[in-house]
Ligand binder design. Structure first.
Ligand code: PGA
Length: 250
């Protein structure tokens, strides 16, 4: 695990984007796992800049997103489909045929989840999975208590997650109750992980992830077992780590 500490959010984002761009230049037909949430937005902005100003070519990449709400159509402003197209895909030359985001409107969700796992395998596995982290240690919608070997599946959202999200919806009842998410095991099968964290609100989660015991009660701690995991945080998120880590290989 390589922990890289940058001064602030912008530097964290640029460092992360460099890693993604290096992979695309080395392997133009690579498979990248994308994440939603506020944290990767700066990284996506930098990728868009690299595309527009430096000609970074996304035309051969394949993408798989971590998760999606059940019951929201792709055009819903709170769906993760909408998020990805608005914040990244429509600004770069990604081929829509190679974009995969879980289908929240799937008729048979279990069948869809199996298909998603098969699809990842079909494309040779994910080369680099981008991850955010929840303050409670969740990765994707794998909340505390998720099996560390889990695969893509439907999950009931925790009440606190629904409360966090309710400001984005017209009424409480509109907040989805379920999501489709890659499992912790699915994420761990990626050839490399790039976990980003910014701000003091993530400091406790990052300390547990880097220095704590591995536990399903804090799913992100499993990244300690990954052979190629990069954690890029800013000084706020790293503020309670007890060791001097920047560029430290553990
Ligand atoms: P955030 O969410 O990037 O909006 O902080 C991260 C997460 O919950 O995984």
């Amino acid at each position: 695990m390589l922990v890289i500490i940058k001064k602030n959010y912008d530097e964290m984002s640029v460092e992360g984007a460099k890693m993604v761009a290096d992979l695309i230049r080395r392997k133009p037909n690579c498979v990248i796992g994308f994440a939603t949430g506020g944290t990767p937005l700066g990284l996506y902005k930098e990728l868009i800049r690299m595309h527009k100003e430096e000609g970074l070519d996304f035309s051969k990449i394949t993408t798989f997103n971590l998760d999606e709400y059940v019951g929201l159509p792709p055009e819903h402003s709170q769906s993760y489909h909408f998020f990805m197209w608005e914040n990244l895909f429509k600004h770069i030359n990604v081929d829509p045929r190679y974009v995969h985001i879980p289908q929240g409107m799937a008729v048979d969700i279990d069948e869809f989840c199996d298909w998603y796992e098969e699809r990842i395998k079909y494309y040779g596995g994910i080369d680099l999975q981008i991850l955010g982290i929840g303050a409670n240690g969740h990765i994707a919608f794998n909340e505390p208590g998720s099996s560390l070997g889990s695969r893509t599946r439907i999950k009931t959202l925790k009440q606190e997650t629904r409360w966090d999200n309710k400001r984005f919806f017209e009424s409480d009842d509109d907040v989805p109750q379920y999501a489709i998410t890659m499992g912790v095991g699915t994420i761990m099968d990626s050839k490399a992980l790039l976990l980003l964290a910014s701000g003091k609100g993530k400091a406790t989660a990052i300390k547990a992830t880097v220095e704590g015991p591995i536990t399903a009660l804090h799913p992100a701690t499993i990244v300690q077992m990954h052979r190629k995991a990069f954690i890029i945080c800013d000084e706020g998120a790293a503020s309670t780590l007890s060791t001097e880590y920047s560029g430290y290989l553990s």
